[in-house]
Design a protein around this ligand. Structure first.
Ligand SMILES: *[C@@H]1O[C@H](CO)[C@@H](O)[C@H](O)[C@H]1NC(C)=O
Ligand SMILES: *[C@@H]1O[C@H](CO)[C@@H](O)[C@H](O)[C@H]1NC(C)=O
Length: 438
C-alpha cells in the first residue's frame, strides 16, 4: 500500500473511563471517543473541548473512547501515555494494519510538529524497555544488543522504527476520571518517515490481530475486545463533534446489518474480506472477477482488507483499470463530462466539471462481498472537488494499487462497521454516523 497525503480533517479516538472496573471478568464493554483536531486537547488532563456524554447511554461498566477528526480522512483516539512527569495525552491514529501501537519518542527524526510534547521516556518512571529475552520479543520484533527489542513497520500512516517498551496508558474522559493500565507494550519510535500527521497526531493505535495489538493487550486487562464497532462521520462544519470506538457489550445491536466473512489468510493478521465483484450504478462490471481480489498466500500478494488507517480505498490494478474505464465511459456518455488530460496533484483520475448540479448524478459503486452482502458507496464518498488551473474538477477517490485492495476510511463514512473477531464476521449497515457522536 502506498501512502497519500490529504489535508482536510482528521479524527481521533480516545478511551473514556468508567468508574469501577475492578473485576477482570473479560466481559467489560467500553468505548473510545473519536474526536476532532479542532477540539483543544489538554495534554495534562486529557480533556478534549467541551465533551459531553450521550444522554441515557452511560453504563458505568463501559469505557468509551472518543474518535475525533485530526486531518481528513484520518481518524484517531485520545490516550494518555507515560507516568509521573512523563505523562501526556496524545491523539493516535486508528490503524488495523500495523503490528504495534506506537508513538514518537525523544529523540525522533525527522523532527516534525505534533500536538503536545514528544514523549520523553526519561521523565516517565514506569517506562521500561522490552528485553530481547522477553516472550514479547519474537518475530516480527528482533532483539537488539543486550537490552533492547527493535521494531519496524510500514503502514499507510508512516514508516517507523524504534524499540519495544512498556508503560502506563490512560484512557480518560472529562467527567469521571481516568482509567490507567500499566505494563502495556508499545513501540517507542525514533524514526517516523512519511508520517503525514497533519501537525497533530503523535503515533498510531493498532487494532490488528497480533498479540501485541491493543485489541489483545486490553483483553488481557479484562476488557471485552472480541468485537469492536465504529461509525466514521464526515466532519463538515460541526467541529465540536466526535464519535466512539465501541468494544464488547458497548457495541450496538447488529441484527439487521449485512455480514460477510472475515478471512484468516496468513501471518499479516489483517482483516481480510472476500471481495467478489464491483457494480457501477447498479450494473455489474462483468470483466472484474473475484480472482482479481483473491489472496495469493504463498506470494503474500493480493487480497482485500478493511482498514481505517488507509485514507482512501485502493484497488488492485487489474480490477481498477476496468473500473476506471467504466467510470470514464459513464461520465462521458451519461453526463457529457470529460476526463482531464493532465494530472491534478494528489489525484489519479479527474474530470472537468463546469455544469452545476452534476454532482448528484455522479455514479455510486457497489462492492459484492462473499456470502452475497453488498456495500454501496454513494457518489459523495467517491468524488472530491478540486480547483486546478482555475477550473473545477471532480476527482475520483479510489486509487490503483499494485499489491492489494483496501477499503479505506473515506469510503467507510456513514456506515457502521462491526468487526466480530471471535465469530470471524464483518457486519455493516448504513447509519447517520453523526448520531453516534456528540
Ligand atoms: C489543563 O488543565 C489543568 C487542570 O484543569 C489546568 O490547570 C491547565 O491550565 C490546563 N492547560 C491548558 C493548556 O489549558
Ligand atoms: C507485521 O508482521 C509481519 C510478520 O509477522 C510482517 O509480514 C508484516 O509486514 C508486519 N506488518 C507491518 C505493517 O509492518
Amino acid at each position: 500500500m502506498s501512502r497519500l497525503s490529504v489535508s482536510m480533517l482528521c479524527f481521533l479516538l480516545a478511551l473514556l473511563t468508567p468508574t469501577n472496573l475492578t473485576s477482570a471478568t473479560g466481559n467489560i464493554g467500553f468505548s473510545l471517543p473519536l474526536v476532532s483536531s479542532h477540539h483543544k486537547l489538554n495534554h495534562t488532563t486529557g480533556e478534549i473541548g467541551e465533551l459531553l456524554l450521550p444522554e441515557g447511554d452511560v453504563n458505568p461498566m463501559n469505557i468509551r473512547p472518543r474518535v475525533a477528526p485530526a486531518g481528513w480522512p484520518m481518524f484517531s483516539v485520545v490516550v494518555g501515555v507515560g507516568s509521573g512527569r512523563g505523562q501526556h495525552f496524545y491523539k493516535l491514529a486508528l490503524d488495523f494494519v500495523g503490528n504495534l501501537t506506537w508513538i514518537r519518542c525523544k529523540p525522533c527524526t525527522p523532527e516534525e510538529q505534533q500536538e503536545g510534547p514528544i514523549f520523553d521516556a526519561a521523565l516517565s518512571p514506569k517506562y521500561a524497555l522490552v528485553k530481547p529475552t522477553s516472550i514479547h520479543c519474537k518475530p516480527p520484533f528482533v532483539g537488539h544488543g543486550h537490552d533492547k527489542c527493535s521494531f519496524s513497520g510500514t503502514t499507510s500512516l508512516a514508516v517507523v522504527q524504534g524499540y519495544l517498551a512498556s508503560d502506563v496508558f490512560t484512557f480518560g474522559d472529562t467527567g469521571t476520571g481516568h482509567r490507567s493500565l500499566g505494563g502495556l507494550i508499545f513501540g517507542c519510535a525514533h524514526r517516523a518517515d512519511e508520517f503525514w500527521n497533519h501537525g497533530i497526531v503523535a503515533g498510531a493505535m493498532s487494532l490488528n490481530k497480533r498479540s501485541t495489538s491493543f485489541k489483545y493487550q486490553l483483553a488481557g486487562h479484562g476488557f471485552d475486545t472480541s468485537k469492536f464497532s465504529y461509525c466514521l462521520f464526515y466532519h463538515g462544519q460541526h467541529t465540536a463533534k466526535h464519535g466512539f470506538l465501541r468494544f464488547g457489550s458497548d457495541v450496538p445491536n447488529h441484527d439487521h446489518a449485512h455480514s460477510t466473512a472475515l478471512m484468516y489468510h496468513d501471518t499479516t493478521m489483517l482483516y481480510f474480506i472476500g471481495l467478489e465483484g464491483v457494480s457501477l450504478n447498479g450494473q455489474r462490471l462483468t470483466r472484474i472477477n473475484r480472482g482479481m481480489f483473491s489472496r495469493d498466500q504463498a506470494r503474500k500478494h493480493g487480497g482485500t482488507i478493511i482498514d481505517v488507517g488507509t485514507p482512501e480505498t485502493r484497488m488492485i490494478r487489474a480490477a481498477y483499470d476496468i473500473l476506471e474505464a467504466a467510470v470514464v465511459a459513464d461520465l462521458q456518455h451519461r453526463l457529457g463530462v470529460r476526463r482531464a488530460g493532465y494530472r491534478v496533484p494528489g489525484s489519479h483520475l479527474c474530470f472537468v466539471v463546469s455544469i452545476h448540479g452534476i454532482y448528484q448524478k455522479l455514479p455510486s459503486i457497489t462492492l459484492h462481498l462473499a456470502g452475497g452482502a453488498q456495500l454501496t458507496i454513494k457518489w459523495d464518498l467517491l468524488f472530491v472537488t478540486k480547483m486546478h488551473h482555475g477550473a473545477q474538477h471532480a476527482c475520483f477517490l479510489i486509487f490503483p494499487d499494485e499489491k492489494m485492495t483496501v477499503l479505506g476510511a473515506a469510503q467507510q463514512v456513514d456506515t457502521r462497521f462491526t468487526i466480530d473477531v471471535d465469530h470471524r464476521l464483518l457486519y455493516f449497515a448504513p447509519e447517520n454516523c453523526g448520531n453516534d457522536s456528540s
